[in-house]
Design a protein around this ligand. Sequence first.
Ligand SMILES: [Zn+2]
Length: 202
Amino acid sequence: MAFSDVFPEPLREALEKVTKIPTYGERGAGRLVYNLLKLSPSERREVVEALLRAAEVLKPCSECYLLTEGDLCRICADPKRNRRFLCVVEESQDAYAVERLERYRGVYHVLQGRIAPLEGVSPQDLTIDRLLERVDRYRAREVIVATNPNAEGEATANYLIKLLKERFPKLKVSRISYGLQFGSVLEFVDEVSLEKSFENRK
Ligand SMILES: [Zn+2]
């Protein structure tokens, strides 16, 4: 009997579908699916239904591209947030990491990725045109570039800093990565390091 004969069809299909999620290879898919199956049937249903709901309702904010269930995210919809300060991050989860510090009162701009020539991601694939438009429309005072402190994040930051300074000579452009370990991902940086890098932005 061949291996494919003992492999249940629904399992094969679930594993195959999960590998469509970026960064999920065969091993990642296996970890997700096999561990999901360790839950009770009612817990499995809860997890899958929550994922389905998130997948169906979440979309980028029409202003800043943060994930939202409405048209505007909660930050853009908050009149108390200062639109003259924009913090540029790669993905929504990076903005949430900054939010956890509870000290930043500006708004965000999600690039939806980073410049990665080896993966075919160029500046045109990111939301950079929209960033420039927002900086202009908000008459921004400062843009804080908070891309991840790794090679691609640095390259993206350098590109943005140069572009912003050319377009808006009076704008203050700062970079937070100082004090963060090179190669770390903002989402997982501990709060003390992130807070320090925020205070020491250059
Ligand atoms: Zn928003």
